[in-house]
Design a protein around this ligand. Structure first.
Ligand code: HEC
Length: 195
């Protein structure tokens, strides 16, 4: 998924209803391609970890999971460590207060990252969009495009994420449609004309 080809619009968090639904939007020039950060691996794991790093770079995980990458101003001290900028998953043009999800911290920090997840839980989130409880599909996360990752590739991504330096960074709570977001978010999509 190449976000450069999607309209990326910034919505200030506390926007109120106006007659023009685009009145509170601001177009964003986003830089979404960032080189995946280096990881610490033992010599025995170096090959698989390097392959995982290659895949994470290729599949654009950093476009969302690096703080502020969605705005084109990535925080390099929070590479893959979750985003304080969220993504609307319901239509903000119809409903001024859309549902918003915040891309998770993928570093192995035990509290704010995925350090406590099992390999199987991480692989399921990437390939099937199931969250850790095994139920809810993760909105926005482009798992349908990752469904066909081979077992070896999914394992390599997981090994790479586990080998990243842990970064403590809790992302804002997800927001249900109809509730006010307390952190900024973007909305992107392809819009079809009605005639
Ligand atoms: C278009 C943005 C986007 C891209 C690209 C993306 N993700 Fe995500 N991802 C998200 C969002 C948003 C969530 C949180 C969804 C939620 O909370 O329901 C998420 C959640 C996750 C989770 C669950 C972690 C948790 O704590 O909930 C994992 C694991 C994950 N992503 C891995 C990846 C990997 C690996 C890649 C690249 C192969 C990737 N993501 C690419 C947006 C993205």
């Amino acid at each position: 998924m190449n976000l450069r080809y999607l309209w990326l619009l910034l919505l200030p968090a506390a926007c109120s209803t106006t007659r023009n639904p685009l009145g509170n939007f601001e177009p964003v020039e986003a830089i979404t391609i960032i080189e995946a950060p280096a990881a610490q691996a033992s010599p025995a794991d170096a090959g698989i970890v390097e392959h995982g790093r290659y895949l994470v770079g290729l599949l654009g995980c950093e476009s969302c999971h690096t703080d502020r990458a969605l705005l084109g101003t990535p925080r390099m001290d929070r590479q893959l460590a979750g985003s304080d900028v969220g993504i609307a998953y319901s239509n903000p043009l119809k409903q001024p207060r859309p549902g918003v999800v915040y891309p998770a911290n993928l570093t192995p920090d035990m509290k704010s990252g995925i350090g406590a997840w099992t390999d199987q839980e991480i692989i399921a989130a990437i390939r099937t969009g199931l969250d850790r409880s095994g139920r809810q599909h993760l909105p926005v996360m482009p798992w349908p495009g990752y469904q066909k990752l081979s077992d070896a590739d999914a394992a390599a991504i997981t090994a790479y994420l586990r080998a990243l330096p842990p970064v403590e960074h809790a992302v804002p709570e997800n927001v249900q449609p109809g509730s006010a977001a307390h952190a900024p978010y973007v909305h992107f999509g392809v819009y079809q004309s009605q005639h």
